[in-house]
Design a protein around this ligand. Structure first.
Ligand code: ZN
Length: 146
């Protein structure tokens, strides 16, 4: 019997390499074992804080964070539904991540922007497209945490 769903060739694909799918979707950062700095950029080869190389190890980042700044987008590319809310979310690890905020009324947020700043949010994933081979493409967003 299969114990856990494994990502296979026919499975969904994350839209960015640092989004890890599976039973507990999360973002994966890299932590420097020399100075403890954490980065989201998966292609980093050296720690930009202390300059060490080969010290960056994968680390699962928290799925909860706080809105640092947000912006309501009214115009976008053709085919992209507007308005939507973009956010930069601060994670407890000290990493910031850019994403979209869902389940929030943008008009209420514009009327009372104070509600947006420091709003506790949690990561959610959703299928946003299919790639050329028919794999589902999964993106992540944030929503107010319960
Ligand atoms: Zn370092």
């Amino acid at each position: 019997m299969a114990e856990q769903a494994q990502a296979t060739d026919s499975g969904p694909r994350p839209i960015v390499p640092f989004l890890k799918l599976g039973s507990n979707p999360h973002l994966e950062g890299q932590k420097c074992s020399t100075c403890g700095a954490i980065f989201l950029d998966p292609k980093r080869v050296a720690c930009s804080k202390c300059g060490s190389t080969g010290t960056l190890k994968p680390i699962a980042l928290s799925n909860k964070g706080k809105v640092y700044v947000f912006s309501v987008v009214h115009q976008s590319f053709p085919g992209i539904k507007t308005p939507y809310i973009t956010v930069i979310v601060d994670l407890p690890e000290g990493v910031s991540v850019r994403s979209n905020l869902i389940d929030v009324n943008h008009e209420e947020l514009q009327k009372d922007p104070k509600k947006g700043f420091d709003m506790p949010v949690e990561l959610v994933t959703s299928v946003v497209a299919k790639d050329r081979e028919g794999h589902e493409v999964v993106a992540f967003q944030y929503r107010p945490s319960k």
